[in-house]
Ligand binder design. Structure first.
Ligand code: SF4
Ligand code: SF4
Length: 354
């Protein structure tokens, strides 16, 4: 199975049992704190997330898999990414989202793995998942030895850092579980210190409501005003807590070509990205995870980044681009555009570049 998984682009597979009862109190506490924000489906599914055999009756084991996604890991790639955050007029898309939609890639390849197993042992009940259903992915990955849960709450692997996607196959075949690994965060707190919004409220506890990944992707409405200045030029996701993590010096390049960055998404100006009309947004993001958020949320995110850029220096072109969207039919977009136009010093005489 390991060889087949490798051929399909997975870096590692493991097996977890289905008794996750010791993870239930933590899940309930996270939900009770409201840390899931507006992700109501988390609340709605409740403990089914921690009970694989309730989600898919008959499940006795879970095959876990991880797939590296970095297109390349040149020396100092983390510093290259941190540098982008210092260029306020550029829009930053999270590393994992620069290529093809991982949901499709992983689902297809997990299904192929299941098909190969079926060819060998005969038909068996199974269902594949990747970030798509009430599945306690990190818990299953950690239990099956894919790595340990880092203080930023993501899975960390000694040979691969954290720049990988997770996927699972729920199966009705009893397989021997693979061993978990120990925690190697040691005394490090770098991820807590670097988080721009203070979303990692304590080691191993993430308040999604403050996380830029949640705010730019999952959250549909208005972004809290007090968090907007902290978002900088991150327009889709955020990588800071992973970029700073010392274990990511071991991050591995992807074994599949699908996650290679698309032209026009890296090093692109906010003004250019903001100029896409809906038809262009759909065309440029076809097959990309970005498409899922829709054009209005895309504009909302870029408007926040533009407001933050204007706080750092006037820019007539950017201001004109915002003004051109001031009458957008979506009220959330309009409100964020208005906020962005209120940033910077254009109201003051002698503004720098307008
Ligand atoms: S993704 Fe960004 S905002 Fe979210 S916890 Fe990590 S550093 Fe903080
Ligand atoms: S930055 Fe440090 S504390 Fe955070 S996950 Fe990485 S090793 Fe652990």
């Amino acid at each position: 199975m390991r060889d087949w998984a490798r051929e399909l682009g997975f870096s590692q597979i493991g097996v977890a049992g289905v008794d996750l009862s010791t993870a239930e109190p933590g899940l309930l506490a996270w939900l009770a704190n409201g840390f899931h924000g507006s992700m109501d489906y988390m609340q709605a599914h409740g403990l089914r997330r921690a009970r694989p055999a309730e989600l898919v009756p008959g499940t006795t084991s879970v095959i876990t898999a991880r797939m590296d996604y970095l297109a390349a890991t040149p020396e100092g790639w983390q510093a290259i990414e941190f540098d982008r955050l210092e260029r306020p007029t550029e829009g930053i898309v999270s590393l994992y989202a620069r290529g093809r939609d991982y949901h499709k890639v992983l689902r297809n390849r997990l299904q192929k793995l299941a098909d190969r197993i079926a060819d060998a042992i005969g038909p068996f009940g199974h269902r594949v998942f990747t970030d798509s259903a009430p599945v306690l992915e990190v818990e299953l990955a950690a239990r099956s030895g894919q790595g340990w849960r880092g203080r930023h709450t993501l899975v960390l692997n000694r040979e691969g850092g954290s720049m990988f996607f997770l996927g699972e196959i729920y199966v009705d075949v009893a397989l021997p579980p693979t061993e978990p690994v120990g925690d190697h965060c040691g005394s490090c707190h770098a991820c807590l210190d670097v988080c721009p919004t203070g979303a990692i409220v304590a080691p191993y506890r993430l308040d999604a409501r403050r996380c830029i990944s949640y705010l730019t992707i999952e959250h549909a409405g208005s972004i809290p005003v007090e968090l907007r200045p902290l978002m900088g030029n991150r327009i889709y996701g955020c990588d800071d807590c992973q970029l700073v993590c010392p274990w990511n010096k071991f991050a591995q390049p992807a074994l599949v070509p699908d996650f290679a960055p698309r032209a026009g998404l890296v090093g692109q100006s906010l003004v250019a990205l903001f100029a896409w009309n809906e038809e262009e947004f759909l065309r440029f993001t076809e097959g990309s995870p970005i498409r899922r958020i829709g054009h209005a949320r895309w504009l909302r995110n870029i408007a926040v980044a533009m407001g933050n850029a204007l706080r750092k220096g006037e820019d007539a072109e950017m201001r004109a681009a915002l003004q051109a969207r001031a009458g957008h039919p979506d009220g959330v977009v309009r409100e964020h555009v208005e906020w962005a136009l209120g940033q910077g010093d254009s109201q003051a005489p002698g503004s720098r570049r307008s």
